[in-house]
Design a protein around this ligand. Structure first.
Ligand code: NAD
Length: 490
């Protein structure tokens, strides 16, 4: 840990005297109004950096730069785009430790996960770099009188708005396909975690991406975010964040008829039937809620266990949860670090009282820990019923709600009985049941006898209040591009 802290100081040096600026048309600039805000570390509440607090005028400058750059970027040969995106991936790999350390410090996420997240960011760029040459591919659909052909063209400058959970990886996941498709980008990172977005844009600049193709505008949702969603030159908004923010963005974008792609909240069930491999199910259930501080949209925050095995499962679970190592995010042994911010800590801990008031049991955790910073003990609620708030609302922390069920029908009703539908995890050795259950489970992504394992060509996204649209593979291009039909008379 001491070694890592010393290296962190080197990585933070540029921000100590300087500022996390915007990047508009290839230039590092403060907000035009001169306004700033501070980003702090959830480890000890210390100030990391002063950040540009942008308004509508900065967004306008960035959107104009993106519009001007689009005129050329859309026609850059696809193989050249491929090369530039690979160079960005190389740049990420070269600065992976810096990215991971800054992300840990800015967000509180543990290094054991963030070092992988930085490299996953590079993989996102490589994946879409390799697909760039086929971005414009279409088909021929001849009829007796017409030679019909289809092609795809990039939609134009797009806005990308990202949240504070794994902000680096998520930004790459949205921006890489946009660039591969031929779009230009204005990125508004989350105000709680602006540092790595700036590093990423710098890497892209160093990789030879032309000025204006990728612009970063820092600031708050209600001003910079809102202005981006309302700007007439921005043709689409790729948004990752809370469901209620998605709903606001849809309203804000209505006047300019924005195309939207939403990756929103979740209250994802992990359903354990009594015929499952219970040890594997236990490992996966723990991993899917207590890794990444539980600040993860795909986390399995509801554990549904069949009553015949619930007592044994619960006993093992409690022992494991009490054993999770909470600590400094840069300590390689740490499994759970501090939550992102005091505001979020207050939200998560408010559920401890809610759980008690509603009649659930706090079987592990249920309190903050540490003298400073936003630390909370990994928490398990048991004796919960499906309608309790702890079983319905996205808490977004290392907090698991366990609910027991008797029959498959009951499990399905409970699993589907929330407003969300992002992921589901099903544990059973009965293949027919797995087929039947997954067919009826209301979720965009489901894993059977597995934790969440991302495979980039597969579709990523949610149903119900968890999202609109899909990312991954060609689905990303469908969002960032327009299909065009041309019919030639024969
Ligand atoms: P948030 O909705 O509060 O903020 C996300 C971003 O939206 C930030 O950059 C914020 O500044 C901006 N924003 C806020 N109000 C805005 C407005 N009116 N107009 C435009 N932009 C606005 O979300 P958060 O708290 O940063 O992130 C956590 C949430 O993100 C959780 O609900 C989580 O489930 C969700 N999430 C979903 C996925 C997914 O793939 N489905 C992935 C990661 C996170």
């Amino acid at each position: 840990l001491q070694n890592n802290l010393a290296r962190l100081q080197d990585y933070l040096a540029p921000y100590r005297d300087g500022m996390v600026t915007n990047l508009i048309d290839g230039k590092a600039v403060p907000a035009q109004s001169g306004a700033t805000f501070q980003t702090t570390s959830p480890v000890d509440d210390s100030v990391i950096a002063t950040v540009a607090r942008s308004g509508a005028e900065d967004v306008d400058a960035a959107a104009k730069a993106a519009k001007a750059a689009f005129a050329e970027w859309r026609d850059v040969p696809l193989t050249e785009r491929k090369k530039i995106l690979h160079r960005i991936a190389d740049g990420i790999v070269a600065r992976a430790e810096e990215i991971a350390f800054c992300e840990c410090w800015d967000t509180g996420q543990a290094l054991r996960f963030m070092s992988k997240a930085a490299l996953r960011g590079a993989e996102n760029f490589r994946f879409f770099a390799d697909r760039a040459p086929s971005a414009r591919d279409g088909q021929s659909l001849p009829s007796p009188t017409l030679m019909n052909v289809t092609t795809r063209v990039p939609i134009g400058p797009v806005g990308v708005i990202t949240p504070w959970n794994t902000p680096f990886m998520l930004s790459t996941w949205k921006i890489a396909p946009a660039l591969a498709a031929g779009c230009t980008v204005v990125h508004k990172p989350a105000e709680f975690s602006p540092v790595t977005a700036r590093i990423l844009a710098e890497i892209a600049h160093d990789a030879g991406l032309p000025p204006g193709v990728w612009n970063v505008v820092n600031g708050f949702g209600e001003d910079a975010g809102r202005a981006l969603t309302e700007h007439p030159d921005i043709k689409a908004i790729a948004f990752v964040g809370e469901s209620k923010t998605g709903s606001m963005i849809m309203k804000q974008g209505a006047d300019t008829l924005k195309r939207v792609h939403f990756e929103l909240g979740g209250k994802n069930p992990v359903v354990v039937f009594d015929d499952a491999d219970l040890d594997r199910a236990l490992d996966a259930a723990i991993f899917m809620i207590y890794s990444l501080n539980g600040e993860r949209c795909t986390s399995s925050s509801r554990l549904l266990v069949q009553s015949s095995v619930a007592a044994e499962f619960k006993e093992k679970l409690i022992a494991r949860v009490n054993n999770i190592k909470v600590g400094h995010p840069l300590d390689p042994a740490t499994e759970v670090g501090p939550l992102i911010h005091k505001v979020h800590l207050d939200k998560v801990t408010s559920y401890f009282d809610i759980a008690k008031q509603d009649g659930a049991t706090i079987a592990a955790g249920g309190e903050t820990t540490g003298d400073a910073g936003c630390y909370v003990k990994p928490t398990l609620f048991t004796d919960a019923t499906p309608t309790m708030r702890i079983a319905q609302e996205e808490i977004f922390g290392p907090v698991l709600t366990m609910i027991e069920f008797d029959t498959e029908e009951q499990a399905l009703e409970i699993a589907n009985g929330v407003e969300y539908g992002l992921t589901g995890y099903v544990w059973t050795n009965d293949l027919t049941r797995a087929l039947r259950f997954t067919d009826k489970l209301e979720a965009g992504m489901i894993w059977v006898n597995s934790e969440n394992v991302r495979h980039l060509p597969t579709p990523f996204g949610g149903v119900k209040a968890s999202g609109i649209g899909r990312d991954g593979g060609d689905w990303s291009f469908e969002f960032y591009m327009e299909q065009k039909h041309i019919g030639f008379a024969l």
